[in-house]
Design a protein around this ligand. Structure first.
Ligand code: FES
Length: 214
């Protein structure tokens, strides 16, 4: 190859390298910008996802109760919203001052049910208001949510049932276990009633949550 041809060839090769380099730089800048945008998006999501103060605290005296599911989710539960004899309503406690719903811990979910006071044993009756009772919605066996209100496998009455391993709890008798592997009753939450509005009268009675991992 002559010197002239060789110079032309190396000049073309340098131009090609320069082009490739410029392209790589352009791509790197673009990716950097995209990464920065994505990162900003992430931190915005993280900020939006932060739990409000108090939202993971256990129910406290004076808390109100709001629906935790369904069309009325987030609305206050009144005594008139409950049907005598069940099914139970699923609820979260709500701080009356800040309006923060204590839904950041699943251990705070509640079952609220209205029963005939004549059906309740003495201890349960003493804790009920107008036949209305509140219990933890978390199964004492392995911590699944207690979702069903069905006829018991061992009797004629409707009971709370956890569909994970079929534990059953009778709310008329302090949610004691009537069937299945749960080792203890559901925790109970004392209630108060004023002008048709329900509120929490004290902390949980009994341990909340599952005794063993699911
Ligand atoms: S977790 Fe409820 S019966 Fe096992």
């Amino acid at each position: 190859m002559s010197n002239a041809s060789s110079n032309i060839a190396s000049s073309s090769s340098r131009e090609a390298e320069t082009c490739a380099c410029a392209e790589q730089t352009r791509r790197a800048l673009l990716l950097g910008a995209l990464a920065t945008t994505a990162c900003l998006g992430c931190s915005a999501v993280a900020r939006a996802g932060e739990d409000a103060p108090g939202s993971d605290e256990r129910p406290q005296k004076g808390d109100l109760l709001v629906f935790s599911e369904g069309d009325s989710e987030g609305k206050l539960i009144k005594a008139a919203d409950l049907r005598l004899g069940g099914p139970p309503v699923h609820a979260w406690p709500q701080d009356p001052k800040s309006s923060v719903v204590r839904s950041a811990s699943r251990l705070n979910e509640l079952l609220i049910i209205k029963l005939d006071p004549a059906e309740l044993d003495e201890q349960t009756k003493a804790r009920a208001v107008d036949g209305i009772l509140a219990y933890s919605a978390i199964c004492a066996h392995a911590g699944c949510p207690v979702t069903a209100w069905v006829k018991s496998d061992v009797g004629e009455k409707d009971v709370f049932k956890c569909m994970c391993h079929n534990s059953e709890y009778d709310p008329r008798e302090g949610a004691q276990v009537v069937f299945g592997p749960a080792p203890r009753r559901l925790a109970a939450l004392p209630l108060a009633l004023a002008d048709g509005s329900l509120s929490v009268a004290g902390g949980f009675i009994g341990k909340v949550g599952g005794a063993q991992p699911g």
